[in-house]
Design a protein around this ligand. Sequence first.
Ligand code: ATR
Length: 473
Amino acid sequence: MSSAKANIGVVGLAVMGSNLARNLASREGNSVAVYNRTGSKTDELVAEHPEAGFVPSKTVAEFAASLEQPRTAIIMVQAGAATNAVIDQLVAEFEPGDIIVDGGNALFTDTIRREAAVRETGIHFVGCGISGGEEGALNGPSLMPGGTVESYETLGPILRSIAALADDGEPCVTHIGTDGAGHFVKMVHNGIEYADMQLIGEAYDLIRRGTGKTPAEIAEIFAAWNTTELESYLIEITAEVLRQVDAETGSPLVDVILDAAGAKGTGAWTVQSALNLGVPSTGIAEATFARSLSSQLGQRAQAKGLPGPEAAAVDDADAFIEDVRLALYASKIIAYSQGFDIIVAGAEEHGWNIDKGEVAKIWRAGCIIRARFLERITEAYAEQPDLVALVLAPFFTDAVAGGQDAWRRVVQYAAGSGIPAPAFSSTLAYYDGLRADRLPAALVQGQRDFFGAHTYRRVDREGSFHTEWSGDR
Ligand code: ATR
């Protein structure tokens, strides 16, 4: 064991962990202790990256001893049982004032529970969302730490040194809030990512079936869109994916890929949280269900012959493509607005003081939903910190209003042509629901009172009311 002490440690040296350790080591002033359950992985990392000057350990006790006090260690192991096991091992070796960071994709309720348990020992526990995949971990992720303000005093400068930098040079990290706030916001980030990806998928499908353009041609459309307000990493990679040709068959790769979308669960967690909080985040929910539907291969095979219209070619391809672009932008605004509603409701439920503008700011670089668009969200919250919904900020209200005719034409075309557009249409229905003067919820309340005496409120006076419904017809 080296006698040099490290100022930060990483436990778990699989892809994400080793990349994060290398990122940390590349920053001036850091000396990085590394430990992995299987020692050969540690040896490999140290041998492959002599420039990093890692301080390796073979046991957790050695690892703890190799860290300067108060110690700071980032856990990068699988969420769930592995994370629990490593926390227990570190708690046994660490002392009050030390900081344990979980950089995995933990469910925020696990983080809340773990933080409370570890706090009893006097050790700080920080759940930190890390977005940006393996490339982000190595070169600069977007970081969403929770935990105490006190722990962030030590951790903040280290995280700032490794985070992605936005165009204005600001590191993409902020203290999100206490205990599970960081993992909660990371979860919602992933939910929004699901919605954004689904909307882009629907736009592609509509253009392809409505105009007959090839994937390579549609790639150029997305590349052009990437110079508009839609500019984002996801639009950029969509063009790349659509351009790709399968080496084996010579077909567009997108036609060779099985159309069954996978999911690791963070979209479902977001939707479950939204349901628990009573937040109508229809865009994220439909995106998550669309992945489920795509994976029901048995049902889909049987359902293939069900009747429905054939997609009719549109009359004016260029006008239709512009409509789809505007529809995508309007739907995206709604999906993001709904995502921020989940953050607001979660913050209220758990007592977190989350700065929504800061959240949008740290998503501008490093993460999958990075986009210039996020600056507009930061500006909206800066102008109106008590904004009740993002879509009500003047900039977004105008953007949706400007695109809504196109959006309605696209949803009409999709429905009339039998092309599924669940995210486009559910966000439009949400928008119309939100702006409606009256909703049929009044009738639902009447029904509830009829069969269950659940009572209702009236429009003309306070109180709760029950009608003695007559059984006579
Ligand atoms: P990634 O997504 O970055 O590839 P992961 O699958 O999330 O990685 O996590 C794998 C890491 O968790 C590995 O470092 C693994 O250690 P081993 O190399 O020894 O398998 C670590 N890990 C999994 N279960 C663990 C446990 N119970 N205790 C300690 N580390 C564990």
